[in-house]
Design a protein around this ligand. Structure first.
Ligand SMILES: NC(=O)c1ccc[n+]([C@@H]2O[C@H](COP(=O)([O-])OP(=O)(O)OC[C@H]3O[C@@H](n4cnc5c(N)ncnc54)[C@H](OP(=O)(O)O)[C@@H]3O)[C@@H](O)[C@H]2O)c1
Length: 175
């Protein structure tokens, strides 16, 4: 393949990240999410269904039932022997992006290492901003510089019986 052709192909991948991130940038602790937020699980499912989702091996390990149905699950690991049912294995970020075969946006779904490694290439951010702080967190999202992003949509929700903190669904597009 010529270099020119290769560059055109790379540009065609619309890379998005989707994350629940607290006001202090926290995204996880002890290998798990910060809290159970059922409204976000529904939101995450609606946005990612039918697409390729790319994740780090630790995030994959945190899923209780393995691969998420209805999506191409691409797991990045340095372990040459890793395999899991219904998973496409990749050994680098580039390999993961090239392995994505589902139409439309390709979603980076975490965790901290994979968000950091892909952030500069991501053009759309689907944030669920959790209005709380988590001093005990050990995993964080990269700093989002508001100057670099346009807000496409914003939808606020108060806490309720099932969702313990107020949260805002925010879509940002890189300028
Ligand atoms: N709030 C949210 O929306 C959200 C979303 C996802 C995850 N999380 C949280 O984030 C935390 C997990 O994040 P994490 O940073 O610890 O782990 P991670 O990013 O999920 O996975 C890290 C693993 O990915 C592999 N990896 C990373 N960079 C690589 C590279 N350049 N080449 C090949 N493989 C590479 C390695 O796997 P091997 O060790 O197998 O080589 C590494 O151990 C958890 O607390 C999770 O709940 C939060």
């Amino acid at each position: 393949m010529s270099k020119k052709h290769h560059q055109v192909e790379e540009q065609e991948v619309a890379l998005a990240a989707i994350v629940v991130v607290a006001d202090d940038g926290a995204i996880g602790r002890n290998g798990d999410l910060l809290c159970h937020l059922p409204a976000d699980l529904k939101h995450f499912k609606a946005i990612t269904m039918g697409h390729s989702i790319i994740m780090g091996r630790r995030t994959f390990d945190s899923f209780p039932k393995g691969a998420l149905p209805g999506r191409q699950n691409i797991v990045i690991t340095r372990n040459e022997h890793f395999s899991a049912p219904d998973v496409t294995v990749a050994h680098s970020v580039d390999e993961a992006i090239k392995a994505a075969i589902m139409p439309g946006e390709v979603f980076i779904i975490g965790g901290a290492q994979i968000y950091a490694a892909t952030f500069e290439r991501v053009t759309t951010l689907y944030l669920t901003r959790l209005h709380a702080t988590f001093p005990e967190a050990d995993a964080f999202f990269p700093t989002i510089d508001p100057i670099e992003w346009d807000t496409i949509s914003e939808e606020h929700h108060d806490s309720d019986d099932r969702n313990p903190y107020p949260y805002t669904f925010i879509t940002l597009r890189r300028k």
